[in-house]
Design a protein around this ligand. Sequence first.
Ligand code: 6SG
Length: 208
Amino acid sequence: MPAYIITYFGVRGRCETMRMLLADQGQEWKENVVPFDVWMKGDLKATCVFGQLPKFEDGNFTLYQSNAILRYLARAHGLYGKDDKQAALIDMMNDSCEDFRLKYARMIYQDYENGKAKYIEDLPGDLSKFEKILSDNKGGFLVGDQISYADYHLLDLLLIHQVLSPGCVDSFPALKSYAERLSARPKIKAFLESEAHKSRPINGNGKQ
Ligand code: 6SG
């Protein structure tokens, strides 16, 4: 049995980044899928430190908070740069990914009908920051010349935004080639082509 267990709703949501990271690193994990109606009963919620999922287990070690989970996996699998300064820059990039994810999630869950058009209109402003970072860094990743946990986060955001707004990266050459290059890494490609990934809704309310 794999040592890693992800307990989460049956959606991509806050877990597809860690799933891509694990897949790309050749790791196995078990999915413990919690149906929404089971969650609403409240028994599992009462056991979660902050009353939320995902919950992540590595043997008898349990973690909550998706970004803490990513950093735990980054330390374990050499996805945290080559020194403390690179690690700090990688955290900075991931914090910006988190800002971007929260903005997306607010629109999806709270303002889809009224806010989607404006969100898409403003999207180039968000994407252009990452475009500049990637075109300035000749190493091919957000930081340095090797993949970090923040790259999996940005890749997930680029993939879900291309569902929200097809073609949204087409005018950003660095972002477009980065998303294509990371998606073509053999283990990520296999993951993205898997039924498990393709059949998982992006979000818990069916909007995408
Ligand atoms: C939701 O927000 O799916 N966890 C979510 N929601 C349930 O009772 N900072 C942390 C982290 O990074 C944020 C955790 C995150 O890990 S993820 C959670 O636990 C709760 O608070 C997105 C997602 N949402 C769908 C959903 C599940 C419960 C509420 C919204 C289904 C729809 C409405 C009720 C059940 Fe629903």
